[in-house]
Structures are given as C-alpha cells and as structure tokens.
Ligand binder design. Sequence first.
Ligand SMILES: *[C@@H]1O[C@H](CO)[C@@H](O)[C@H](O)[C@H]1NC(C)=O
Ligand SMILES: *[C@@H]1O[C@H](CO)[C@@H](O)[C@H](O)[C@H]1NC(C)=O
Length: 381
Amino acid sequence: MPAASSTGVAILGAGLFAKEAHLPGLETLKGLAPTLKAVYSRSLKSSSELADEAKKRLGVAPDVYHDGDSSANLDVLLARSDINSVIVVLPITQQPSIILKALAAGKHVLSEKPVAPDVASGIKLIAEYNATYKTKGLVWRVAENFEAEPGYIAAGRAIRDGKIGKVTFFSSRVVNYIDQDSKWYKTPWRTVPDYQGGFLLDGGVHSTAALRVMLPSAMTHLSGFASLNKDWLAPHDTINTIIKAADGSHGIFELSFAAPSASRSSVGNGTIITGTDGWLSVSQTKVKDSVTGGDKSVFRVIIKSAKTDAHGKLGPEKEEIIDEAVRGVEVELASFFAAAFEGKDDGLGDPLGALRDVAIIEAALNSEGQPINLEKLVSGS
Ligand SMILES: *[C@@H]1O[C@H](CO)[C@@H](O)[C@H](O)[C@H]1NC(C)=O
Ligand SMILES: *[C@@H]1O[C@H](CO)[C@@H](O)[C@H](O)[C@H]1NC(C)=O
C-alpha cells in the first residue's frame, strides 16, 4: 500500500464543517495526510470557495468539481486514480448514496456523522459495505469527532482504571440556544431538515458518542419524551430521556436546542458520571496556551475519589484534573489515514458505533415514555 503522503484525498462537500474543521485538521496533520487534490460541491461557487480556502491553509490548489460541468463532475473526480480516499461532508440525507458511489469507485471513505439519517438506512449501508467493499480492503469510517476527543477518551480510561469504582449513575445535559441568524441554522439543509430530529440528530449524536466512549458498558435501554417548542426548529427540538446500561448503571440524557435565551445554555449542562468510589465531570473550558500565550479550548476532566475502609469509614477525597486540547477532528483524520494506508485499526470511527449513536436519538424521538431496547434496534430485529 502506498504511504499517505504519496496519495491524494478529495473533500466532497463545501459547507461550514469542511472549511472550519476538516481543512484545519489537514493543515495540522501536514505530511501525515495525503495531498488535497480535489474538492467537490453541487455548485461551482461553493466548490471554488473551498478550493480558495485550501490554498490559504494548505498551500495547495485542489481541482474544482461541481454538478454544473459534465467534464468536471463527481463521476470524473471519482474516476481519478491519483485520488485514493475521500472525506464526505455533505447534507445528512445525501451521504449514504455518495458513500456507496465512492466505495464503488474504489476509494477509502471517511464520512461525517451521523452514519445515516435513521437506524434502518444505517444498517443497510453497513451491510452493503460489509458484503461488497470491506472484503476488497476498502476502509469506511464515520467521522465522529467527539468519539475521538482525547478528553472523553481520558475520562473513559479513568473509569476503566477503577478511579471512581463501579459506575452507578450518570447524567449528560446539553441545552443550546440557537437563533434564526445562527450560521448553522442558515445552512439550507438544516433550516428545513428532511431527516428525523433536525438539530437533535445532527448535534445529538455528538453527545451520545461522548457517553458511549466514557461509559464502561453499552447503553441498552432508553425511555424518553420529545417535543417541539420553537416551530422553526421542526420536527423536534427537545428530548429528555433515561437510559440503562448493560452493567446495571443508569442515567439521564437531556438535549435541547430550545433555550429561551442564551443565558439558559450557560447553566446546568455537562456530563457527570458517578461511581461507588467517586465521580467525574467533563466540560469544555478555555486555558492559557503556554506556546502561543493565547487561549485554547480544552476538555477538562475532574476526578474526585475517596475509598471507604473495611470499617465503612470514608477516607480523604482526592482530586485529579486532566486537561486535553480539543482536537477530535485531527485525531479522527489521522486515524482514518493510518487505517487506509498503513493497515492500522485503532477502532475509532467504526460505523457500528455511529449507528448506536443514531439509535439513541431515534429511540428518544419515538419512545413516548415506552422503554426501547437499543440492542434490538441496532441489530434490526
Ligand atoms: C458488519 O461487520 C461487522 C464486523 O465484522 C459486524 O460486527 C456487523 O454486525 C456487520 N453488520 C452488518 C449489518 O452486516
Ligand atoms: C452548555 O452547552 C452549550 C452548547 O454546547 C455551550 O454553548 C455552553 O457554553 C455550555 N455551558 C456550560 C456552562 O458549559
């Protein structure tokens, strides 16, 4: 297999996340990533804008592909033998068919979360990959940057190392304030979503991925309620759920995009996991960067632990703080290229993990208070 540096990559999709996350990710990786040789978007305008941005950040001039020119459309791009991998950053409902098209053209694929708009289409996609493309040595991974965040991975490791004892209960709360002028809301496919949950699916899979990485056993059952409180966020903007995991622990997962004002999103959110010998919290914060002198974003894990002795007396409480820079996109990209070009599989980006994330959101939207078996849902039975 050729080394990453001697191969070419293309970005399919020219939206905000391609510009603001994937280009900087490739920039950080430098020679560890293949050369960006092409970009594709439906329109010439957005494809050219991404190419211009790539020039600034990466110092390369990728070729521009779009639907308006049959000699420079997606099929022509995918026919290039010097492009071995693609990063798919397209609207949610367009992704599955483009993923299959790229695999059929013999490309390794990294596709943005969610894996598919719903569990059924995710299962179908994974089955087709398994049966037709995996056997040919093609790598398909789902880019879920929260799953790759070193902060969440460190929290999961601390729990597996027994630092808080056996997990008993947990809570994950994210309340967002979003107004109609938000750049994310103004993305046409997000303004009028053609998939379940709207922002709850698009943003919610990040929160469920974080829980999946941190909890020591799989989440197996969910019951919840969903509602729409701001009609312009249809179909739903809020879910409140309770979740049970295979080890018997249980917790609360709350997600809303319907905060009445920005101040509501500044209280109450974050993740806390509680065990028999302590608890830990994870939240995003800013610290001084010792290299640049400016601010940098980190995930901060605070671990508080205390053992009870043989007489039932609680010992002194210890505190440990772990700060990890926010760099999930960079990590997921590096991991994908290592899997595609060096045959190294670190387990990140497994489509089945991403399917579990969609299952939690789908179950929360449909539960109406009834318990839903998540294992059954992801196995398609
Ligand atoms: C695809 O393959 C993986 C790994 O071999 C397996 O765990 C999974 O159940 C398969 N999924 C489907 C839908 O065939
Ligand atoms: C809560 O979450 C929102 C959305 O992610 C974020 O903007 C806000 O800063 C968070 N608040 C706290 C206190 O962590």
